[in-house]
Design a protein around this ligand. Sequence first.
Ligand code: SF4
Ligand code: SF4
Length: 107
Amino acid sequence: MAEKKGWQELMRGGDLPPATALENKTGSWRSLRPVYDPSNCIHCMICVAYCPDMAIPIKHSEEGVVGKGGRIYKGTVRLETDFDYCKGCGICANECPTKCITMVREE
Ligand code: SF4
Ligand code: SF4
């Protein structure tokens, strides 16, 4: 049996190996789900910057995607929320300037 460390030997602030957050799928905590309407999105990345779980993926698109007003948005664009990690906090919906994210109760 491995010998346990005393608290005095633990690293201040925690003793976790890097990248363990990938294994912690915080989507299981969710009671509300952000529903994203891409037709009203201006790809400003505000939701991406505010999401505490980095649950809104982005990509670079040369061809662009259709967003608000039928306009083609090129460059960095947001994608659908990653529900493995979205915990449903609602910050993205609160911060979105075009209100294209709506929080709905999980079924
Ligand atoms: S904050 Fe709203 S408008 Fe901006 S990228 Fe996110 S969903 Fe789109
Ligand atoms: S609800 Fe919260 S965790 Fe989910 S995408 Fe929006 S900001 Fe991120």
